[in-house]
Design a protein around this ligand. Structure first.
Ligand code: FPP
Length: 232
């Protein structure tokens, strides 16, 4: 039995600690972290994963020092100028989840361009969560729903299945991985991970390579997913 999870979410943690352990500035950890986005996206695409959602910047990350935020805002530009060609060659579609308006116009422009360039691709959907927070996502969804009801656009009869259409990430997650040893969800995809398998690996994100991903998928394959029922 070797199932590939359809939807994989990763909390990319440990960039700062990785850099510190090497006597490097935190930004060096983020730089290597961006390289691993390329490595893991290509590997996930080869493995047949349909959607890979990476938590790159949370609504809480604005509390970080200005120079670190400035560097993180520049990374999408560096990343796509280097790798957009390879993403295209590999049929990878790039999307973003989160409120992008808070980022500098130059960052938004780079992001919109990558999304537009890759929109017809049919392979892996690489979805990068930036300025994303799950509680905020749920709140915005509730507000949108309430407004539709208030304006008479729909009945007040929302079903569980319909909630997804009000979210930034509509899919259920099969496998959630957090790197670097912390065992927390940190406001990521709270609705979507209802039945996800969770894996917390000690590997720091800048060291998380194809072998580490395969190891997580092997562990996923040994889990017995019962969704509240009994083992078959
Ligand atoms: C968590 O490590 C990492 C982040 C908050 C940033 C993640 C961003 C990237 C990997 C690059 C984004 C690039 C693109 C192209 C969107 P941490 O800094 O919290 O590490 P620590 O817990 O060891 O301090």
């Amino acid at each position: 039995m070797n199932k590939v999870p359809q939807t994989v979410a990763i909390i990319m943690d440990g960039n700062g600690r990785w850099a510190k352990a090497k006597g490097l500035p935190r930004t060096a950890g983020h730089k290597q972290g961006a390289e691993q986005i390329r490595v893991i996206a290509l590997a996930a695409n080869r493995m047949g994963i349909k959607k890979l959602i990476l938590y790159a910047f949370s609504t809480e990350n604005w509390k970080r020092p200005e120079d670190e935020i400035g560097y993180l805002c520049k990374l999408p530009g560096i990343f796509f100028s280097r790798y957009i060609k390879e993403l295209m060659e590999n049929n990878i579609r790039v999307t973003f989840a989160g409120e992008l308006e808070r980022f500098p116009e130059s960052t938004q422009k780079v992001i919109r361009k990558a999304v537009d360039q890759t929109k017809e691709n049919t392979g892996l959907n690489l979805d990068i969560a930036i300025n994303y927070g799950s509680r905020r996502e749920l709140l915005l969804g509730m507000q949108a729903y309430a407004q539709e009801v208030a304006e008479g656009k729909r009945e007040n009869n929302l079903t569980e299945a319909e909630v997804a259409q009000y979210l930034m990430v509509p899919e259920d997650i099969d496998l959630l991985i957090r790197t670097s040893g912390e065992e927390r969800i940190s406001n990521f995809l709270l609705w979507q991970i209802a039945y996800a398998e969770l894996i917390f690996t000690p590997v720091a994100w800048p060291d998380f390579d194809e072998t580490a991903l395969q190891d997580c998928i092997d562990q996923f394959n040994h889990r017995d997913r019962r969704y509240g029922g009994l083992t078959s």
